[in-house]
Ligand binder design. Sequence first.
Ligand code: C2E
Ligand code: MG
Ligand code: MG
Length: 715
Amino acid sequence: MSRGLVVDAAPQQRARQALRAAERLSRAVVEGLEEGVIVLDPRLRPVSWNVSALRILGVSADEIAAADARDLLFARDTLRYDSGKSLSAQDNPAQRALRQGAPVRATLRRAMPNGSERWITILARPIGGAHGTNRRGVVATVADVTGSVEGAQRLREERDRAQRYLEVASTLVVVLDAAGCVELVNRQGCELLGYSEHELVGRDWHETVIPPGDRPEARAAFQQLLAGEEPPPERAETFLLTKGGEERKIAWRNALVRDARGTVTSVLSSGEDVTERRRAEAQVAYLAHHDRLTGLPNRALLEEQLQRDLARARRTGGAVALVQVGLDNFKLVNDSLGHGAGDAVLRETAQRVAELTRAGDVIARQGGDEFMLLLDCGAEDAQVVAQLAGDRIMEALEQPFAVAGAEFHIGAAIGIALFPGHANNAESLFKHADMAMHQAKRAGGGTVAFYERGASEARDRLSLTSRLRRAIESDELRLHFQPIYRVEDGQLVAVEALVRWEDPEHGLVPPAGFIPVAEETGLIEGIGTWVVEALCKQAARWAKEGFRPRLCFNLSPRQLRQPDLVASIAQAIARYELPAGQFCAELTESAVMSDERRDSSLLDELHAAGLAIAIDDFGSGHSSLARLRDLPVQVLKVDRSFLRRVPEDPGSTAIVAAVLELGAALGMTTVVEGVEHPEQLALLRRHGAPLAQGFLLGRPVPAEQLDRSPARVTA
Ligand code: C2E
Ligand code: MG
Ligand code: MG
């Protein structure tokens, strides 16, 4: 038995030891907790606690042991909800947990004994019976959450402040979610757009306030912004449509709003209504570019337009004319009838000239009593277009002016400068138009004068000459080819080689811009040699491909005086092993006729070398038809001025028909130049014209762009 007792006693002791060890262990765990733990008996007196509880509540072990827990820990005056509402004794979380038999959680502000205030969360759990009976007390865990509560509060305050800012901000602020719906819009935005906040929030922004025509683009920009593909543009301007249907121009600043993972969730945009400012700017720009008195463009705007026209003319080989109109007797009107009458004359002048302009022409007031007319002549003959414009303006201004009850005459002097004939850039075109106008003034009232080279220009020419010399050396010349077609079946039978100068400063310069100077300075000889060489090289390349058109090239009068001209041409042709009969030299009518005074050896030499000879620009000079018959000429190229008024003008039509007959009678092949309209081509077919050349059929192009297929001549 005793043995049995001994045996019985040992496990009990071990069990007690184990229990004590377990208690020590759990005590150590509880002591080590960051959170405070307090165990309260059913009357809510503290029976056990850890050091964290003392620290968090700011009390000593003696104080907590001696305290009535309700007063010490949860006394009603020291405990408040976040809202600041005081708790009654019954609201004490521990007491409530005991009463309810369920855990109660609260975050409370506690006044610490040292006078500071802390935020504390309390989780109070009842211990014992689950049905409100037999409860054994409460375990309360407490934690100091002052840091996070204050952080959250600061965040809330900040948001409130931002909201207040939004309301007072002078800009429209809108936040759109990723679907483009309005999340938030401020008062300014509502006022500007004429919608109430609830009419906008949740609605599709683009559908509601972007003008229908702008929507696709606005949506695409928004998607791009969302995708973060590009940094949002600093400032973009768009139109918004108000509820009342008015369009307002808004300048935006956008910022992306991202979530914690960095994904863009919405776009915050602040917009400034710049409608009035932009209107004012446009007004200022208008005033800066227009003359107040007449409402016409001023010189500044004219210059801009001229630059654009010149750029286009260089690209397309077109021409530009600048017409300067200076009034006569204007000072007399101003002095005798007063400024009011002077102004009226200027306005009337502006109106009369404006009535004569065609679409695309620009009329400007240069200042004082001077007006400018800018004519973009395209492919038309600038000389003719400008002369016509000058004559018409002159006629219009010669009609009497009736101002301030008086009728009087005001004449004008008109000066004209052409690109590329008279100038290569805007500055010299202005200068030369002005010089021409003064020339017209000197010649007496009522004169239209074209610019003529004078001594003042020697310097310009010098620089052009040296640049042109360099052009030949540094390979800046280009050869373009214009096709010539058989009218009957549209076959491409010949090409004309036309030289261009790719000037690094001024772009592609047409021959009129440099051939005359090259002629004067003798540089034409070098250019001519280059042209023949380049033509042969291209012809050899084409021959390899089986393409062997008649090859036409131009010779200018000065070249005809070159003693070794024919020999050097023949040598080049031989060097490339080409048949001389494939070539045709084009000489102008005047060059051929001036050759008459010497002897016709050059034409004979060319003929003897096997080349065909064409009279270029036939009809522009004064040919002796009898002489023509005796020359070794096979081709007649009809000057394109004949075709210009065909078919409207019966006179021109008759001349073309007569020239075609003449060509046939002389046994020559006739090429009609300058075919620009289908009606002209139809007329040529009717009159049996053999060959035709013109922009309608094909413009001069680099060799690789030449279309060798037949022209569609059935217009
Ligand atoms: P051109 O020999 O009478 O050449 C025909 C001119 O008329 C070319 O002007 C051509 O572009 C233009 N043209 C052709 N079809 C039409 C048309 O349908 N409408 C209009 N409005 N114009 C048309 P480009 O190339 O400016 O040549 C002008 C002149 O310069 C030539 O007149 C020729 O006399 C001379 N030229 C061109 N290349 C050379 C060259 O290599 N050497 C020499 N010495 N003179 C050349
Ligand atoms: Mg020609
Ligand atoms: Mg010609």
